[in-house]
Design a protein around this ligand. Structure first.
Ligand SMILES: Nc1ncnc2c1ncn2[C@@H]1O[C@H](COP(=O)(O)OP(=O)(O)OP(=O)(O)O)[C@@H](O)[C@H]1O
Length: 208
């Protein structure tokens, strides 16, 4: 068992209508439509530079839209945004990083111990190691443990499989499926197929 929370059913609703996005005055995408609610997962697909990261950052509240309408919960503590960067404190140990998220971003919902979370992630043998000394796949695994250490209903994941081996991919897939079964919502950008997503949103068509 890797997730131990349960979010209210059909509590979260996210809808984009005719969304468009500019970066530095250049149109990145236009006319995007999608809607999702609790328990659903969408995979954002598209070529390099098509705007997948930009869309996730819009959904996280980090970037404005330039056209259309977006309905999303505005409370930032409902979201996990895991981008290309792992946002780890490199001079802290593995356990110190995990404890930080549990203490500062958790809300008491996770009843799984940090040791069990690290074991599920396959990095329990590295608890006292400085994060800077981990391999890139181990760092990605550690970054993803915050999804469990600090339960939040909306996961925005940018290329979550990057750096993960087959076991790591299976671990993330199990976590994601458990999250959806517990009324979580996931939007993930990926160049690789994600087996836990049910909807695809294709971005593309704007010529540079
Ligand atoms: N900080 C920024 N300032 C200005 N333009 C940016 C910035 N970040 C990205 N862009 C531009 O926005 C467009 C979309 O970039 P984005 O990173 O959202 O694409 P992506 O689909 O995630 O790409 P990739 O598959 O390569 O990760 C690109 O043309 C990029 O040059």
């Amino acid at each position: 068992m890797i997730n131990s929370y349960n979010f209210p059913q059909s509590d979260i609703f996210i809808e984009g209508k005719s969304l468009s996005c500019h970066r530095s005055a250049r149109l990145v995408f236009t006319d995007l439509d999608f809607s999702l609610q609790s328990g659903m997962a969408m995979m954002v697909r598209g070529a390099n530079g098509s705007g997948k990261t930009s869309l996730l950052r819009i959904l996280a509240g980090f970037l404005p839209i330039s056209g259309g309408s977006l309905k999303r919960p505005e409370t930032s503590s409902l979201y996990h945004y895991i981008g290309h960067q792992n946002a780890l404190k490199k001079q802290k140990t593995v356990m110190e990083n995990l404890s930080f998220w549990a203490a500062f971003h958790g809300n008491g919902m996770s009843s799984i111990s940090p040791a069990d979370i690290l074991q599920a992630a396959g990095i329990d043998g590295l608890v006292d190691m400085k994060t800077a000394a981990l391999s890139s796949g181990q760092q990605r695994r550690l970054a993803l443990t915050r999804l469990i250490a600090a339960p939040r209903p909306i996961w925005l994941l940018d290329e979550p499989l990057n750096g993960l081996d087959d076991n790591g991919k299976d671990w993330l897939t199990d976590m994601a499926q458990a999250h959806l079964a517990q009324n979580g919502l996931i939007i993930a950008a990926s160049h690789e197929q994600l087996s836990f997503t049910t909807h695809d949103l294709m971005i593309g068509g704007v010529k540079p």
